[in-house]
Design a protein around this ligand. Structure first.
Ligand code: NAP
Length: 244
């Protein structure tokens, strides 16, 4: 029996990068997966390659109605949600081909990064928790970053969003505890070769971590039962040591 047989998992940002890789791995481990992001064409292409049953529900994580539709359609199709992976995220690094000091960050850029990386997680979490609470179990995996524990100049909105996400992870863990819901942060442990780094030269991109870097840890986190570890956040490799 595969570790995630019959589990139901929602992955945000599943159209490419780290989210796509985790979704593919969850399916390979037996899970039924809901794939969501904005780009329906890419999501459909990902779904067509999956080895397990899946559902494509396009949504912008910043839009409450769209988020609630993803959750409702998943519950209607698969009966429940065992794990939510809040992975969708943007970084000014990719948007501006480099770092931007705060004095040059526009309000639109600030709002975009905070809304996708933080408000989107709030909206998805708020929509999913009641279902998990009524089941008495669930896992929420928030994809964070080393920049949720440290800071660099020129990445103000991203750093602020990921520190905020670290706080939100801990609050959600405290509130989920009585319902058997584990809530944890997971990050690649360095730069991973996805579109966030599309401005880097190809040779440099080949040398950084690859998009499957979080897959093993994500499977271990999604396989946790109601008494699992909760309220912690660490890089994939540390999770693997902790949970293997
Ligand atoms: P990516 O390849 O750019 O993928 C980002 C994903 O988020 C895409 O599927 C994108 O899909 C989705 N997305 C963006 N805006 C969205 C929105 N408004 N609504 C719904 N979905 C949206 O980046 P990635 O590297 O895989 O990033 C995934 C996560 O890992 C992010 O949270 C990022 O902060 C984190 N992370 C990445 C690295 C790294 O080095 N790559 C390091 C640390 C942490 P659509 O465009 O189709 O909507």
């Amino acid at each position: 029996m595969a570790p995630l047989d019959d589990e139901v998992i929602v992955v945000t940002g599943a159209s490419r990068g780290l989210g796509r890789s985790m979704a593919e791995r969850f399916a390979a481990e037996g899970a039924r997966v809901t794939l969501t992001a904005r780009d329906e064409q890419r999501l459909t292409a990902v779904a067509s390659d999956l080895t397990a049953e899946s559902l494509v529900v396009p949504a912008d994580v910043r839009e409450r109605n769209a988020v609630e539709t993803v959750v409702e359609e998943t519950v209607s199709e698969f009966g429940r949600i065992d794990t939510l992976v809040n992975n969708a995220g943007v970084s000014l690094l990719g948007m501006n081909d480099g770092r931007t000091r705060l004095t040059n960050v526009s309000e639109d850029e600030w709002d975009t990064v905070l809304d996708v990386n933080l408000k989107g997680v709030f909206l998805f979490t708020r929509a999913v928790i009641p279902h998990m609470a009524s089941q008495g179990h669930g896992n929420v995996i928030n994809v964070s970053s080393g920049l949720g524990r440290s800071a660099i100049a020129g990445a103000g909105p991203y750093v602020a969003s990921k520190w905020g996400l670290e706080g939100l992870t801990r609050v959600t863990a405290l509130e989920g505890d009585e319902h058997g819901i584990n809530v944890n942060g997971l990050d690649p442990g360095g730069r991973a070769n996805t579109d966030i780094w599309s401005h880097l030269p190809a040779a440099e991109r080949e040398e950084i971590l690859q998009p499957d870097v979080m897959d093993d840890a994500a499977v271990l986190l999604a396989a946790q039962g109601p008494d699992g570890i909760s309220g912690e956040s660490m890089p994939a490799q540390e999770w693997e040591q902790r949970l293997s």
